[in-house]
Design a protein around this ligand. Structure first.
Ligand code: MN3
Length: 378
């Protein structure tokens, strides 16, 4: 199977390549793209020998072209590079490990080129689910979720495609601040927010996990992926991160997927679906875990999650405003320019500030992104 990866030097990208490496006879890498980590991209290119690689800036591309000139690998840049990675004529599946709304257009291109999508870019469905889902149906492209929760739900649905979902139980580790009050949150620092006890992820996702905005994005994503309403999605704080999410069916059966928290399992499943192959992931010892706990998140403390539910209710371009404002606000927080508790405040402000568009196309989604960012930074 031929694989292309958007975001090959990030957390999902590097773990995807580690899965690919463990099955050398099964996978072949045809194109890789990243933002600006050209040192790692060069190493990956030499190891996996793709036809093309692509980076964000033309300056980096120029540099990388001279470094890779002995290899014959084509080096591209910018949105053109992302689009050609996505629509790579040789690839069968595109892994969208890129962070941000720049993942939307390449995903659309890949679907139109009839690739399957191993979806790890949250923004694609949060902002453009109304475009992506019908398009995937039209081009018969499979969208296989990589995110651990959505993968767990997807896995739980196998063999149950015709059975209606009663509800989805979306689990959340709760991050470093689970159980805290609003007053506690007032005092947390950047260092506190960057210490997720269970999952190793990029900085933006780690902050999003700490304030549960990430869970909010996942709620919206789940709505599109599994065609469920907001009242069919229940978020459960599950500190052990062992049950990765579950589905309840009409008869009351709850089917879920358990395992140690290791992204290589959902990544591999997305690549080998519907097959399950050997993996380097450690076995879960239930006796060691012994107890699993589930609590309801406090929506008054974790405002980001309640704002996500309201963005889902409003629909149109409001989820885009939610997402873009969060991205901008987290950026400010990472630069120590705002406090942690200001992130949801700025998201709410942007959701109110943007012009409402009922059924936005990609241009309008991008305009909304700009409006939301302006609302946050001004
Ligand atoms: Mn997740």
């Amino acid at each position: 199977m031929n694989v292309s990866i958007l975001g090959s030097t990030g957390s999902i990208g590097t773990q995807t390549l580690s899965v690919i490496e463990s099955h050398p006879d099964l996978f072949n890498v045809t194109s890789l793209s990243c933002g600006s980590n050209i040192d790692l991209l060069e190493t990956q290119a030499r190891k996996f020998k793709p036809d093309t690689v692509s980076v964000a800036s033309e300056k980096d591309a120029y540099d990388l072209r001279s470094r890779l000139k002995d290899t014959g690998i084509k080096v591209m840049s910018g949105m053109d590079g992302l689009l050609s990675t996505a629509a790579d004529p040789r690839s069968d599946i595109l892994v969208t490990g890129i962070v941000g709304m720049k993942g939307i257009r390449p995903t659309i291109e890949a679907i139109k080129a009839e690739k399957n999508i191993a979806l790890a870019n949250k923004e694609t469905l949060v902002c453009a689910g109304h475009i992506i889902m019908p398009l995937a149906k039209e081009y018969n492209a499979k969208i296989i979720p990589v995110d651990s929760e959505h993968s767990a739900i997807f896995q739980s649905l196998q063999g149950n495609e015709d059975n209606p979902i009663k509800k989805i139980i979306l689990t959340a580790s709760g991050g470093p601040f689970a159980g805290m009050t609003r007053d506690d949150l007032e005092k947390v620092t950047l260092e506190d927010a960057l210490s997720n006890p269970n999952w190793k992820m990029g900085k933006k996702v780690t902050v999003d996990s700490a304030d549960m905005v990430n869970k909010g994005l996942e709620v919206m994503e789940a709505g599109w992926l599994f065609n469920v309403r907001r009242d069919q999605i229940e978020v459960a704080v599950h500190r052990q991160s062992i049950l990765h999410s579950a589905v309840e069916f009409e008869d009351g059966a709850i089917i879920g997927q358990m395992g140690l928290p290791d992204m290589r399992l959902p990544i591999q499943y997305a690549l080998t679906y519907p097959k399950r192959l050997k993996s380097p992931v450690e076995s879960l010892d239930l006796f060691k875990v012994s107890t699993l706990s589930f609590t309801k998140p406090d929506l008054n403390v974790f405002r980001g999650l309640s704002l996500a539910f309201s963005a889902m209710d409003k629909g149109g371009n409001i989820p885009t405003a939610f997402n873009a404002a969060d991205e901008a606000a987290v950026g400010l927080f990472l630069q120590r320019k705002i406090r942690f508790v200001e992130i949801p405040e700025l998201i709410e402000k942007a959701m109110n500030d943007v012009r409402f568009i009922e059924d936005p196309d990609v241009d309008e989604i991008e305009e909304t992104e700009k409006e939301a960012i302006e609302s946050v930074v001004k």
